[in-house]
Write a protein that binds this ligand. Structure first.
Ligand SMILES: NC(=O)c1ccc[n+]([C@@H]2O[C@H](COP(=O)([O-])OP(=O)(O)OC[C@H]3O[C@@H](n4cnc5c(N)ncnc54)[C@H](O)[C@@H]3O)[C@@H](O)[C@H]2O)c1
Length: 348
């Protein structure tokens, strides 16, 4: 529900009270300290005096990003439905978020009870029926326009009229996704970064028809998860993926041309530019299939050859060497995990 409903404007930087949290928490996870919080002024709160309503998020796609966002939202008190197309992918997503939350517990950032409580708020599901009860739906399916448009069509049929429909796309047109629905004014890009629990940024992308109220809700949602937002226009790759894809693609060209070894290319970026990881390591983290989709979107969107994907990248995707998620990319990562496959044919 928009803040408009009770005559208040949606507040972008409202402090919020989350259920079930007390005591100081380390910064950076978005977990509120429980001290100094005023009643919820989030845009979906009807009455700031009333108990905080159950906040329900549906995440569509339990891959790298979907599992990460589910964990982050559950940590701050959201009830999360995590959807995927088959049980194997759901199990993998739940295992991956368990692993990430367990790592925080081991580091002392989370208590065992907090980890358990967060996981208990996440319900894996093979049905999209729960879209009806969600205040926010975040789509995190593979980076393919036809597939995502099909998902938005279905979400439009199932979600309540007030539900905010969001996409985690790295590069695709929010306007094109929104046009698959009957409510383009309530569709927005909410672009999280990998790994979600660690990365502070969320890039917001309003489509051409997105209402300011929907953008404000997206901002409140992301900030409520402890993130800092920037806003970008709806152009291919927005700000972040456009810059990242060019750098990483260039590194792959250098590897293909034999300019340096993979280790030296990465080392040069880490030590020469103070990057936390080299571009080839970053490619493996992001997923080579996702990186290739982003480059193709930039190439066709801008019709500019500077975005032409390096043939080595194309071949690696063809070979199924997608990076960490398959156990092998530019570097090996031990036992391969089951490969995510696109299920469901894109609409014509
Ligand atoms: N990987 C990154 O670093 C990163 C960062 C920011 C944004 N993104 C974006 O997030 C989105 C997801 O990327 P990812 O890396 O998590 O991908 P992924 O391949 O790890 O996961 C995608 C998930 O979607 C599921 N899926 C397949 N078909 C589906 C369907 N029809 N309906 C619902 N789910 C379906 C797959 O089973 C898989 O679990 C993409 O749009 C990507 O561009 C990725």
């Amino acid at each position: 529900m928009d803040g408009k409903a009770d005559g208040r404007k949606p507040t972008a930087r409202s402090p919020t009270t989350w259920p079930g949290h007390t005591g100081e928490r380390p910064r950076g996870l978005g977990i509120p300290s429980g001290k100094g919080h005023s009643p919820s002024l989030a845009p979906w709160a009807v009455n700031p005096e009333a108990p905080t309503p159950v906040r329900r998020l549906l995440v569509v796609g339990a891959g790298i990003m979907g599992a990460g966002v589910a964990a982050q939202a559950a940590l701050v008190g959201w009830s999360v439905d995590l959807y995927d197309v088959n049980q194997g992918f759901l199990d993998r997503g739940m295992a991956s978020l368990h692993h990430d939350l367990e790592a925080l517990r081991e580091r002392g950032t989370l208590s065992p009870e907090e980890r358990e409580r967060a996981e208990s708020r996440i319900r894996p599901t093979l049905s999209l029926e729960c879209a009806r009860d969600a205040q926010v739906v975040l789509e995190a399916a593979p980076e393919q326009l036809g597939l995502k448009r099909g998902i938005f069509e279905e979400l439009d049929r199932r979600a309540g009229p007030e539900t905010l429909l969001a996409s985690n796309t790295s590069s695709l047109s929010i306007t094109a996704l929104a046009s698959a629905t009957s409510r383009p004014e309530r569709v927005v890009g909410i672009h999280f970064f990998n790994p979600v629990l660690r990365m502070k940024l969320v890039e917001l992308i309003p489509g051409l028809l997105t209402e300011p109220g929907a953008l404000a809700r997206a901002r409140a949602f992301a900030e409520g998860l402890g993130k800092t937002v920037t806003v970008s226009q709806d152009v291919p790759g927005f700000v972040t993926s456009r810059a990242m894809a060019v750098l990483v693609n260039e590194a792959i060209w250098m590897l293909q041309d034999g300019v340096a070894t993979r280790e030296d290319i990465d080392q040069a970026h880490r030590l020469g530019f103070h990057h936390p990881m080299g571009p080839l390591e970053l490619a493996d983290l992001v997923g080579l299939d996702t990186l290739l989709s982003v480059l193709e979107r930039l190439y066709t969107g801008f019709r500019d050859p500077k975005y032409r994907a390096c043939p080595l990248l194309v071949n690696m995707v063809e070979a199924g060497r997608l990076g960490r998620k398959t156990g092998q990319g530019f570097y090996p990562y031990g036992a391969p995990r089951p490969r995510a496959r696109v299920v469901g044919s894109p609409p014509p």
